[in-house]
Design a protein. Structure first.
Length: 87
């Protein structure tokens, strides 16, 4: 197997693992009553819909340094709330 084939296999494996983890998180937080949690997860998952989200105007703001920090804080906060350890 050459390097290009190996890279494609690795990419596809990582993509599948990411999608599976996203499904797990989505199932875990499906019933969360907090709208911010649902919004943060929807935004995070929406990045997967674009082959180049950095250049897709619909989601590129999420990858801006300030957008990444905000999104990460919202997701982290949701996880902490879920497990009763919200600061």
């Amino acid at each position: 197997m050459d390097t290009e084939d190996s890279s494609a296999v690795t990419y596809n494996q990582l993509l599948q693992e990411t999608l599976n983890y996203g499904k797990e998180i989505q199932n875990e937080f499906r019933e969360d009553p907090c709208r911010e949690v649902q919004k943060a997860l929807e935004e995070a998952f929406s990045l997967m819909a674009y082959s180049d989200p950095l250049h897709a105007k619909e989601v590129s703001h999420l990858l801006d340094p300030s957008g990444r920090v905000l999104l990460a804080e919202e997701v982290n906060s949701a996880i902490l709330r879920k497990f009763g350890t919200h600061p």
